[in-house]
Design a protein. Structure first.
Length: 250
């Protein structure tokens, strides 16, 4: 418990109102952290905050569009205003726009990379002064196994995640002297709305391609997140943990 204790630390979780993000927000709250959930929809933020508070945690919600730099400024300002600083940034918000190669539009390209790459990188940059002031700062970037595999149907999403992996390694090197650890998690197929939006045959194929022959529950990402963001992972930086039920080796 002492290794994974997050008492007194403040964690921003983007995309924190459902799926993996909400599961992580729950995990951080139960580990003692103050949690700020960010999502585009104000009502979703309110519902998530009420749920986290019902678990006994301190939480606030900040409606945020990851494609808006002004929204990112407000997210950082509101977090510091409420809790006095920032210790951990979890870049979980993403969109998986599906446009086949040869049919991509500039509008979809901008929307994909604003949410999946520019937003996360600039959020860390805007939070950087506060992370530098923290005695236990960490950044966690959520990737996808698509960053390592062929992904012709969601190539923009996969390429954005591969780029975020590169930024993870560069940030780890660039921020090490400031005491900021930067790592990533690459989930395989998880039972979330993003996965369930696919046709049932595609979802079944995702599950069968893992060694464990099933989708992950969002809660199964929490252990890796706590490891990388708490004292338990104090000597881990610049790494990616693949949490995919054994699918990637296949």
């Amino acid at each position: 418990d002492r290794l994974f204790d997050m008492t007194g630390r403040t964690v921003i979780v983007t995309g924190g109102t459902r799926g993996i993000g909400l599961a992580m927000a729950e995990g951080f709250v139960l580990a003692g952290a103050n949690v700020v959930v960010a999502s585009r929809k104000p009502d979703a933020c309110e519902a998530a905050v009420a749920h986290l508070q019902s678990l006994g945690g301190k939480a606030v919600g900040v409606p945020t569009n990851m494609g808006s730099l002004d929204d990112l400024d407000r997210l950082v300002e509101r977090t510091v205003e409420e809790f006095g600083g920032i210790d951990v940034v979890v870049n979980n918000a993403a969109n998986a726009l599906a446009q086949p190669l040869g049919e991509m539009t500039p509008e979809a390209w901008a929307k994909s990379y604003d949410s999946n790459l520019r937003g996360p990188v600039f959020l860390v940059q805007k939070a950087l002064p506060h992370l530098k002031a923290s005695p236990a700062a960490a950044v966690l970037n959520m990737l996808s196994i698509g960053a390592f595999q062929f992904a012709s149907q969601v190539s923009m999403y996969a390429a954005g995640k591969a780029a975020l992996l590169s930024f993870t390694r560069s940030m780890a090197a660039g921020f090490a002297a400031d005491g900021i650890r930067v790592n990533a998690i690459a989930p395989g197929p998880v039972d979330t709305d993003m996965v369930r939006n696919n046709p049932p045959a595609v979802v079944d194929a995702m599950a069968s391609n893992t060694l464990l022959k099933r989708l992950a529950n969002p809660d199964e990402l929490v252990g890796a997140a706590l490891l990388l963001c708490s004292g338990a992972g104090s000597y881990i930086t610049g790494q990616v943990i693949i949490v995919d039920g054994g699918g990637t080796p296949r």
